[in-house]
Design a protein around this ligand. Sequence first.
Ligand SMILES: Cc1ncc(C[n+]2csc(CCOP(=O)(O)OP(=O)(O)O)c2C)c(N)n1
Length: 577
Amino acid sequence: MERPPQPPTSASASAKVELSGAKIIWECLEREGVDVVFGYPGGTILPTYDAMVDANVRHVLARHEQGATHMADGYSRASGRTGVVIATSGPGATNLVTGLATAMMDSVPLVAITGQVSGPLLGTDAFQEVDVTGVTIPITKHNYLVRDPRDIAPALREAFALARSGRPGPVLVDITKDAQTRTALFDWEAAAPRRHLRHVPPPVPEELLARAVAMIQSSRRPLILAGHGITLSGANRALVEFAERAGIPVAATLLGLDAFPPGHPLFLGFMGMHGSPWTNLAIQEADLLIALGMRFDDRVTGDPATFAPHARKIHVEIDATEVGKNIPVDLALLGDLKAVLDRLVPRTPVLETGPWLETLDGMKALFDSPQWPRVRKGEGMSPVDVLRELQTQAPGSVMVSDVGQHQMWEAQVMRHQRPRTLITSGGLGTMGFALPAAIGAKIACPDAEVWVVAGDGGIQMNSQELMTLTQEGLKIDIAVLNNFNLGMVRQWQTHFYQDRRSASTLTISPDFPMLARAYGLRGALARTPEEAAEAIREARASATSTLIEFQVDPEASVYPLIPPGARIQDMIHEPPS
Ligand SMILES: Cc1ncc(C[n+]2csc(CCOP(=O)(O)OP(=O)(O)O)c2C)c(N)n1
């Protein structure tokens, strides 16, 4: 959430002044260009909240620290800036855990600032003491425990630099209460970060680029696998140039779906467990995979031993630890994706991929139709039809989806026209993510039309943030696909547990439209396609945010489905008979 470098604030740029640690925190945030933070106060962070009164930063008071973290995350994903979340010690800090893990898995730059009990109390099991740096080591890029006000500025500056450098991610800075109240000489210049420079790999050697070019040159059936790294590095345009120049088709991961224009003739679409069959079969037929900013996770590969058996693999990746982790590769180009592509594109040969593209067209024709993706013709409204209607009426919206069947249908049906218009928890699969993330996204992009797509299960996980939405005067519309089930769990029970339903039926839920109204939104109910179309029209026309409950077929399942760990060719196309 950084603005361009700011003019000096209360402490002048060059002068070194004695300030409380709390004031130093806000000085640093302002100088980092932060204009909004998401948070929730409490005892050990009170000095910082007190100093906030004089700071020039918007604070969004969430209703739960998890919500605040997802808001900062959504803000970052929608804008490319670093999100900031603030919480108190103990339960406030532990409530950040799911949000930090979500951001870590999806490489989202965040800075979390937590209050901690005063230095003399550390290790005494003091009231609301928890070792949050210990708790968050595996789910942050780095974290700090700051006990001395002199260390606040260096820690925060380094935290911002680390969060956005190399592979982005969350960084937590835990600051004791007495470090916030004591004073120190604030010296912005002297606090400049140095360590983060280690995280940027050196430029790719020319000879490795030449090897990549040779591999591309000799390929007849090349395929690009586009991941989240494309958008994170701003390589969207470079990707289009690369694909067009060489005539290489592009498949996308869930988080790569908005990385490449969906209507482009070279776009093959969604790969992986619920990806389109032709995209997955293309992977199995390819003789060269060029993986760009993606990490071959298990939802993409299925059984790694049988994944892309005929393909040599080039992996362009900024994080060396990802290379060869899940799938062995033949060549790794380590570095910022845009920097690598900018050098690779002019060297890329023009390939004769016509026959390969014709083969792919043939494969696509076998499956693709206006009815794809298929859901059973069952009781009630088809969830896919609801999303098609949303696509027709609100193309180009920022779609923020939760986790479950609706997330997969959203990915299959909606066309994400521009980078940063699909926001979803891909790696951690965090239910309850969408509503707060949408609040952050809307604050980042106030002129965008923003939609939440959630299930009846997930919307209940952070529904308290409906209050934050109204409090901030935001216009966000919410589509709850109510299938009266934890649908994805029910679907797995159907396929993998002989349809024995265990704790997957939501026998009782709140009256969703009434719940929306209780929080100051409009509420609407749609049970038929006609009602759905009308409800979407009315929601878009209204200045007030609307939550629409779409009651959909409880038994609809997402197809295709590659069973976890199975071979791509074992994909299931329809319900068990
Ligand atoms: C926090 C969390 N808890 C549990 C899960 C496991 N899980 C994945 S999908 C799902 C069901 C989601 O149900 P709902 O929100 O109604 O969406 P639907 O699948 O019906 O579209 C569950 C419980 C999860 N992903 N996240």
